[in-house]
Ligand binder design. Structure first.
Ligand code: OKV
Ligand code: MN
Length: 256
């Protein structure tokens, strides 16, 4: 048994069957044998509201997560920039606990700060403006009061626009900023950070105020177009942090 597993940016969608199968296989073969599972955002390609739980696809995702919970895994969730409209209904169907972003967890002997990662991209000022709008409770209440079909077509329209304007290109401004990273380590006193969002899987180590700090970036799981992508981070009972590929092959990144 491992202590905790971390995954993000799986981008589940009915049109991406390989990605979906890879996630279900992760749950059934790996996540079912951990004490805690942390899902750190963008599990879904997009989420239009918990009333979309009627679709067979969304039902199946919730029930696969619930199976892990029923096997004794404590499942935690931090929202991403695509599925921030997940609410208590989804949480109870999937038997998971919603956490705020950021959240500090004691994992073995490590104080670990967990975040999706989009709020670290502070150089992308237009995105941060959009983020503060859509994370506002009154805005969400108004959006969720629209019919589900209308919400889905608004989101589809945003996705089409974003593809057209090439806003998704991997530019420097869309990476986590050095200052935002240092501020989060400082504010939380954590020495380990785990996040996703940037799709730049890596381990970065820096010294801050005399303390070695390690930042682990999770991979995205676009298994339908790029079969080599995907994977998770695990902490074993001794506190060793490893990175795993989708075959479950581990590489030690930080000794306890
Ligand atoms: C993804 C990013 C666009 C960065 C919107 C509810 C809302 C989901 C959404 C819309 C946008 C994802 C899903 C896209 C990432 C961008 C621009 C920058 C920095 C809602 C649920 F607002 F309507 F309530 N979205 N899309 N960006 O076009 O795929 O990551 S997206
Ligand atoms: Mn994201």
């Amino acid at each position: 048994r491992s202590l905790a597993l971390f995954a993000s940016d799986i981008h589940l969608h009915p049109a991406l069957p390989k990605t979906t199968q890879a996630f279900f296989s992760f749950l059934n073969h790996h996540a079912c044998r951990t004490e805690r599972l942390y899902l750190l955002g963008d599990l879904f390609e997009f989420w239009a509201g918990d009333d979309d739980l009627q679709t067979p696809f969304n039902q199946q995702v919730a029930s696969e997560i619930r199976k892990a919970a029923d096997a004794g895994v404590a499942v935690f969730w931090i929202a991403g920039n695509r599925d921030f409209l997940i609410g208590e209904k989804f949480a109870s169907e999937a038997k998971l606990t919603l956490l705020p972003d950021p959240f500090v967890a004691l994992i073995g002997k490590h104080e670990v700060v967990l975040t999706h990662g989009d709020a670290l991209c502070t150089d992308d000022t237009s995105y941060l403006k959009f983020r503060s709008q859509v994370r506002n409770q009154a805005w969400q209440d108004a959006f969720l009061s629209k019919p589900l079909d209308e919400r889905k077509s608004i989101i589809e329209g945003m996705r089409t626009d974003s593809k057209k304007s090439q806003r998704m290109k991997s530019s420097e401004i869309m990476d986590a900023s050095t200052q935002a990273i240092a501020d989060l380590f400082h504010e939380t006193k954590a020495s380990v950070m785990i996040h996703g969002h940037t799709h730049r899987p890596a381990k970065h180590s820096i010294e801050l105020e005399g303390q070695q700090c390690h930042r682990f970036v999770l991979p995205d799981w676009d298994c339908d177009t790029l079969p080599e992508r995907g994977g998770w981070i695990g902490v074993d009972l001794a506190g060793t942090i490893s990175r795993y590929d989708l075959a479950g092959q581990g590489t030690v990144e930080l000794q306890a």
